[in-house]
Design a protein around this ligand. Structure first.
Ligand code: ZN
Length: 134
C-alpha cells in the first residue's frame, strides 16, 4: 500500500456536514459525487495533501444508512492508495484477510475500489483504491 488516500466519514445530512466541515477546515468541498450502485452521495475536501470524504446514504439499504443506524455518524473507513489493486487483493487474501470485492468496483473520484471486512482488520473498514487511468 502506498499511502492513505482519504478518510471516509459517514454523515446523516451531507449539506449540513459540508458547511460544518468547510468551517472546520477553512475550505469548501471541491466536489460532490453520487455513486448510485452504492447508494451514497459523497463530497470531498482537500486538507493540505490529505483528502476527506463525507458520505451520505441515498436510500435505506445503503451501507452508510446501516452503519449510521448501528454506530451513528463518524469515521467510516480509511482508504489506501494502491498501484495494482488486483495483485493487492490477491496478496491480502493469501494473508488471510477477508476481501469483500474480488472484482474491484468503480468508486467515487475516478477510482477502482475494494473493501476489506472489518472483522479481519480489528474493526476498521479498509478501502483499497487505484486511480483509473484515462
Ligand atoms: Zn472512500
Amino acid at each position: 500500500m502506498n499511502k492513505i488516500e482519504h478518510i471516509g466519514i459517514a454523515v446523516k445530512d451531507l449539506e449540513m456536514s459540508n458547511k460544518l466541515y468547510a468551517s472546520l477546515f477553512g475550505t469548501k468541498h471541491y466536489k460532490i459525487e453520487e455513486v448510485k450502485s452504492e447508494g451514497v452521495k459523497t463530497s470531498f475536501f482537500k486538507v493540505g495533501s490529505n483528502k476527506i470524504e463525507l458520505l451520505e446514504a441515498t436510500n435505506q439499504d445503503s451501507p452508510i444508512a446501516k452503519f449510521i443506524a448501528k454506530k451513528g455518524e463518524g469515521v467510516h473507513h480509511i482508504a489506501f492508495a494502491v498501484t495494482d489493486i488486483l495483485s493487492e487483493i490477491k496478496r491480502l487474501k493469501s494473508e488471510g484477510f477477508i476481501v469483500l470485492n474480488d472484482i474491484p468496483k468503480i468508486g467515487a473520484d475516478n477510482k477502482l475500489v475494494a473493501f476489506l471486512h472489518p472483522k479481519s482488520t480489528n474493526g476498521v473498514l479498509i478501502e483499497l483504491c487505484q486511480e483509473i487511468e484515462k
